[in-house]
Design a protein around this ligand. Structure first.
Ligand SMILES: Nc1ncnc2c1ncn2[C@@H]1O[C@H](COP(=O)(O)OP(=O)(O)O)[C@@H](O)[C@H]1O
Ligand SMILES: [Mg+2]
Length: 451
């Protein structure tokens, strides 16, 4: 172990262990003995079992250099011809993992796109982006969040999901530290506040540029939680068990959900804090924890402008989704409400898995029924999965040996998600009076005569 690692470890020991970073011991494979005493007897290889590949000396070939860094390239043209992006984010090892397995890792990153899972069989994965542990919140926003804002402002629906086991960094990535320091966002704040800071700046720029056309944007937000297959309004927590409705024009929506007009980052931070407080309150009340619920923050961005006596409208819906922990729910000992809860959590996440599998089959030309309606989550977000949306999946993982099997299952989920084919189109509308339309017809005719 290098001296910098030792320093790092001792500083970490002095720090406080985050409550939600304590891993479930049952998720730690019985690695300790083989790690310390190199195995000499041949071992039967079972597929996807975590036994790290060892070198000549019997030392596990693990990447113990925590400072290995791969820069994330920004690619502004990506969304021109893609509708689904998959990004993996590896978080740093936490104290509990270090105490339990030292710097033992189940992963080796090879580039900004490839990762190798070091179990048997050793498995290489390629994704649109692999963000290593040294990638900052700002950098991640620039790569994944910023283009979504541009897409939404141009009238595309956009969606970002955070998927991964509890403690892998979903909430850190989506929200992070949402406290403000002297009017500035914290360095540790996540993608959501950064998205809105950028959105409102861009709106002011665009409105200024197109003053002559009276371009105006309006944004409305809502914040909900799905827990136990029930939808709660996080901005009005007395509204529980809200219903999903479907409308030809609006698509799928939540009936009676509070929508708040927003025009500044402060408005957003207020809503996020209010929602977070209500989420916590509901959690205590229901004797649960946020890792068992899904939260969906939605912003509807509309714009209108006038051109050639016509009024033009564009709208894009932005969904930011922090999913419940993807770890397998243990059913042993669960009874009554706890049993129902476990079944329902499985229902939303397993339906998400099934929806994605069916969509992958569809993409391969097979006929499949896509079970969107089998869970609240998939019904609400059906546009984002295989529909009219540009969608990013951020899969968060722990690099520790402790989480080897959950990390592998997250990587496999992310790999399948990449195969989804969405069909995103600009949502726009125009209206004008008859004479304006006639004038346009005349202009078009004139053009035709010229060419
Ligand atoms: N990329 C990261 N860099 C630094 N700390 C992280 C990172 N990802 C997660 N963490 C920390 O790990 C802990 C668990 O993260 P959290 O986002 O709450 O997990 P999840 O929402 O997936 O359950 C938190 O203390 C968080 O600050
Ligand atoms: Mg969380």
């Amino acid at each position: 172990m290098s001296s910098s690692e030792l320093d790092n470890l001792s500083t970490q020991f002095r720090g406080r262990t985050p409550l939600n970073s304590i891993p479930d011991p049952s998720q730690c494979p019985s690695f300790t003995s083989s790690h310390r005493k190199p195995q000499t007897t041949p071992v039967r290889r079972i597929s996807n079992v975590f036994t790290p590949v060892t070198g000549h000396t019997g030392t596990p070939l693990i990447n113990s250099d925590p400072s290995l860094h791969f820069d994330l390239p920004q690619d502004p043209s990506f969304w021109k011809d893609h509708n689904v992006q998959v990004l993996i984010r590896v978080r740093p090892l936490n104290n509990t993992e270090k105490v339990s397995q030292g710097y033992g890792r189940c992963l080796r990153q090879e580039s900004a796109h490839t990762l190798v899972w070091l179990g048997h069989p050793e498995t290489r994965f390629t994704f649109d982006h692999v963000a290593c542990q040294t990638i900052s919140q700002e950098k991640l926003f620039r790569v994944a969040g910023l283009p979504m804002v541009d897409n939404c402002m141009s009238g595309y629906n956009s969606c970002m999901f955070a998927y991964g086991q509890t403690g892998s960094g979903k909430t850190y990535t989506m929200m992070g530290d949402i406290g403000e320091m002297s009017g500035k966002l914290s360095e540790q704040c996540g993608i959501t506040p950064r998205i809105f800071k950028y959105l409102f700046t861009r709106i002011r720029e665009e409105e200024d540029k197109q003053k002559n056309e009276r371009l105006k944007y309006s944004c409305k937000c809502s914040f909900l939680e799905i827990y136990n297959e029930q939808i709660t309004d996080l901005l009005e927590p007395s509204s529980t068990n809200l219903l999903l409705r479907e409308d030809l024009k609006k698509g799928v929506y939540v009936e009676n959900l509070t929508e708040v007009s927003v025009s500044s980052v402060d408005d957003i931070l207020r809503i996020l804090l209010q929602g977070a407080a209500n989420r916590k309150m509901a959690a205590t009340h229901m004797n649960t924890e946020s890792s068992r619920s899904h939260s969906v923050f939605t912003c509807n961005i509309e714009s209108c402008w006038e051109k050639d006596s016509m009024k033009h409208f564009r709208f894009g819906r932005l969904n930011l989704v922090d999913l419940a922990g993807s770890e397998r729910q243990k059913s042993s000992g669960a009874e009554g409400d706890r049993l129902k809860e476990a079944a329902n959590i499985n229902k939303s996440l397993s339906t998400l898995g099934l929806v994605i599998m069916s969509l992958v089959d569809l993409a391969h030309g097979k006929h499949r029924h896509v079970p969107y309606r089998d869970s609240r989550l998939t019904f609400l977000l059906q546009d984002s999965l295989g529909g009219n949306s540009k969608t990013t999946v951020i899969a968060t993982i722990s690099p520790s040996i402790c989480s080897a099997s959950e990390t592998l299952s997250t990587l496999k989920f992310a790999q399948r998600a990449k195969l989804i084919q969405n069909n995103a189109k600009i949502n726009e509308d125009a209206s004008g009076d008859v004479s304006a339309l006639q004038q346009q017809i005349q202009q078009l005719k004139a053009c035709n005569m010229l060419y």
